[in-house]
Design a protein. Structure first.
Length: 297
């Protein structure tokens, strides 16, 4: 396999585009943390977060290889996660040994980098890895695993906080958890499951759409996105980013939260779900942009 082709395969294995977008989650929380930490901590956090998301996402594919091999095909619909090809391990484009080595190497790199930021950050990453394993093991057991996914993403946001400060602020940490968990559930997890509902039902995978139906799943996703919007606005107000910052956040929420929620309610099918998923995936980066602009203004 040529070097370029191999890099593209690993990029697909870690869903590189999604991993890159996800770095915005801990970085946003880091900017909202108290104090004025040195710039190097933000740089280390950015690289550690990218390695962490790439390793945990690849771990998901590694653990789900058996189920993915039973899938009959991929949807011919636009999906930001498809860059590099989906499920390369299940499709035989990547060996099991290479997949395990990739996950282990990225995981070790993450631990080394996070160790520079504090033991709490390392512990949160290890908890996230355990939750990812639990999520995969629960695939055919319960649709409640969507909550596990939300908790895992919320923990990733907390890494950004504790990378900058040792202060424990229950209110702001609670808002961070509510924001990211609700966004993950309503913006990514349920829409992604809606896009695969027929295939998941055939394979015996229990998801919210499979158990409760597409319309109920869309309503739950829209409600979760609404909670996420309220939580992030409260978080930004608490950070005192000013009226212009709040106005910018509201505009960002319209594009990345309310439009996907409305789209899901109107069209809870595969095409509508993936369109909502793609739009909602840009929510943390846009909030990060608003935070950078209006906290430095």
């Amino acid at each position: 396999m040529a070097v370029r082709e191999r890099l593209v395969t690993f990029y697909g294995f870690s869903r590189g585009t999604q991993a890159l977008l996800s770095v915005a989650q801990p970085l946003t929380v880091a900017l909202l943390a108290p104090g004025h930490p040195p710039v190097w901590r933000f740089v280390v956090l950015a690289f550690a977060s990218l390695a962490a998301f790439a390793s945990v996402i690849a771990l998901n594919d590694l653990l789900d290889t058996g189920l993915d091999r039973q899938r009959r095909g991929e949807l011919d619909l636009p999906d930001i996660e498809s860059a590099g090809g989906r499920h390369p391990l299940a499709q035989g484009r990547l060996s099991l040994r290479a997949g395990v080595a990739w996950v282990a190497a990225l995981g070790l790199l993450t631990v080394v980098l996070l160790a520079l930021l504090g033991r709490v950050c390392v512990a949160l990453f290890l908890v996230a890895a355990v939750l990812e394993v639990a999520y995969c093991l629960l695939a055919t057991a319960t649709c409640g695993k969507t909550v596990v996914s939300g908790i895992m993403v919320a923990g990733g946001g907390w890494v950004g906080w504790f990378a900058m400060t040792g202060e424990f602020d229950p209110l702001r940490l609670g808002l961070v958890a509510l924001w990211l968990a609700s966004w993950e559930i309503g913006g990514r997890n349920i829409p992604n499951d809606l896009a695969d509902v027929d295939e998941d039902a055939r394979l015996g995978i229990r998801t919210v759409p499979v158990v409760f139906g597409a319309r109920t799943a869309a309503a739950v996703a829209a409600a979760a996105l609404t909670v996420a919007a309220a939580a992030v606005l409260a978080l930004l107000c608490y950070a005192e980013i000013g009226p212009l910052g709040i106005a910018g956040a509201v505009l960002a929420l319209g594009y990345t939260v309310f439009v996907p929620a409305r789209r899901l309610l109107r069209r809870p099918d595969a095409a509508g779900a993936l369109a909502a998923f793609n739009r909602a995936s840009f929510h943390p980066p846009v909030i990060l942009l608003v935070t950078v602009v209006f906290t430095s203004a």
